[in-house]
Design a protein around this ligand. Structure first.
Ligand code: PNS
Length: 160
């Protein structure tokens, strides 16, 4: 059995994230989606909201489980018993940060490897930050996020 962890902020989850989740779920026996509790960032959604948001989107994929974690990703991986970290690569601009993270994590935990999924071309420009920015200025985000996530973003902005 090869289990993997796809860790990230997912604030919010984009169609690009979902694409990586769907494809990685076909490659690994079990895929954990791990939402980082990051005290340094000022997120739009709470951890509980993000867990619920992602669970709703992946409820039809039986081998995907959504969890949240605090601290180092390698410690979360050890606790979950996974041997692979999954990351999505969009453009060459992601490479420097991603390779640094992968090398650092493998240095800290020799048994842990990172597997990169090239994101589908149609999502290669997408990020959670651009989704939030476009939504903030009332732009059309329906190509970037699922209808449920779009509704949650609109509700969040309306409540401000
Ligand atoms: O979606 P993101 O914000 O690009 O995800 C980044 C994430 C959560 C994978 C990364 O920041 C992370 O692994 N943070 C946990 C702390 C950690 O392990 N740091 C060392 C590796 S950079």
């Amino acid at each position: 059995m090869t289990n993997a962890l796809y860790a990230g902020s997912f604030d919010p989850m984009t169609r690009g994230h979902l694409d990586v989740i769907r494809r990685a779920s076909k490659v690994f026996d079990k895929l954990y989606v791990g939402i980082l509790i990051n005290y340094a960032k000022n997120p739009m959604f709470t951890i509980e909201e993000r867990v619920e948001m992602i669970r709703e989107e992946v409820k039809d994929i039986p081998n995907v489980e959504v969890v949240s974690f605090d601290g180092l990703v390698i410690e979360a991986a050890k606790k979950l018993g996974v041997s692979v970290l999954v990351r999505g690569l969009r453009a060459v601009t992601d490479f420097e940060y991603e390779i640094q993270m992968a090398l650092l994590n493998r240095n800290l935990a020799r048994e842990l490897d990172t597997v990169f999924f090239a994101t589908s071309l149609k999502y290669s420009y997408l990020s959670s930050s651009v989704v939030k920015e476009v939504a903030f200025y009332d732009g059309d985000i329906h190509n970037f996020v699922t209808p449920n996530v779009e509704r949650l973003i609109r509700e969040k902005l309306a409540a401000k």
